[in-house]
Structures are given as structure tokens and as C-alpha cells.
Design a protein. Structure first.
Length: 164
């Protein structure tokens, strides 16, 4: 019998945040749905719901169906309010599958279904750097605690020169 591989709560949260970040970046809903392979291993698929007016050629994109009552959607569901009820025809973007290999836990699958990346950590598989590290502090030319800086603003760069 095969051991079942499942995402941890932290991994699921990170995948949900990734779907939300992709929605904001792309300016349209991106769904992330967790499912189980035939081997009993979990995987997550990312997809963009197609507009009913979109009529792409069948060979342009990979179609998948996402959502519905039994779906395990992560994140905010791309802002779609009825993702738990509706089944959406979507464009498959990419997926991440859990595997049981030495030093490899995750496999990234591209839009064509090819396995393109392997890693022991989820963060390496994601399109955005996400973590708990604090953002770096930015140096500012104005310091509220130092009156000398208030009197001397940082230099303004010269305007760009045009060649005639």
C-alpha cells in the first residue's frame, strides 16, 4: 500500500497566498484547487476561469474544470463568490504535485503537462518570493528625528537630456 502524501497547513496557506498574488498580478481570478492523484498523493492546480465569450482554439490552451461543491479551493478563490457552487471551465496554468522521492517533495508541472522542476521546498516552486522574513527597511532622505536632514533634502537627479 502506498503512503498518502498531503500538503501541510503551512503549505496550503502558502499556495492560497500564491493564488491571491497571481490574481492581483494578472488582474483576473486565479483559482488554486487541491486534488488527489491516482497514487493518493495530493497536488494543486492553478487555473484562470475562461470568460464565456472567449473562444480560444483548442490547441492554444489546456482546458480544465475547477470549482464545484467538492472542490478544495485555496485562498480567496480569485474573488469569485460562487466558487464553492459553480464549476468553471479554466485555462490550466501550472500545478505542483507531491511525490515520494529522496530529497524531492514537490514537482512542478507546466501548462503543457510536463514535469519541469523538482524541489525539496515549496518556496522554490512558486513564482513569487513569499516568506515570513520582514521587508528590508528603506533609507529615506528625510529623518523626522534629525532637524539637519530636514534642512538639507537629498539631491534631485538632473532631468534627462535629449539628443538632437
Amino acid at each position: 500500500m502506498t503512503n498518502k502524501l498531503t500538503f501541510t497547513e503551512q503549505e496550503l496557506e502558502l499556495l492560497g497566498k500564491t493564488a491571491d498574488a497571481l490574481s492581483a498580478y494578472m488582474g483576473k481570478p486565479v483559482l488554486a484547487e487541491v486534488d488527489v492523484t491516482e497514487d493518493g498523493f495530493e497536488w494543486v492546480v492553478f487555473g484562470v476561469p475562461l470568460d464565456v465569450s472567449d473562444q480560444p482554439e483548442d490547441d492554444e490552451i489546456v482546458h480544465i474544470q475547477m470549482g464545484g461543491p467538492s472542490a478544495r479551493l485555496l485562498g480567496n478563490g480569485g474573488g469569485l463568490e460562487d466558487g464553492a457552487k459553480e464549476i468553471y471551465d479554466c485555462e490550466f496554468l501550472w500545478g505542483i504535485e507531491l511525490i515520494n522521492e529522496d530529497n524531492i517533495r514537490f514537482v512542478r508541472i507546466d501548462y503543457s503537462g510536463e514535469k519541469v522542476q523538482w524541489s525539496e521546498t515549496l518556496e522554490e516552486m512558486l513564482p513569487f518570493a513569499m516568506g515570513d522574513e520582514p521587508l528590508p527597511e528603506f533609507d529615506t532622505a528625510w529623518d523626522d528625528d534629525d532637524e539637519e536632514d530636514e534642512a538639507t533634502p537629498s539631491p534631485v537627479p538632473p532631468p534627462p537630456q535629449t539628443l538632437h
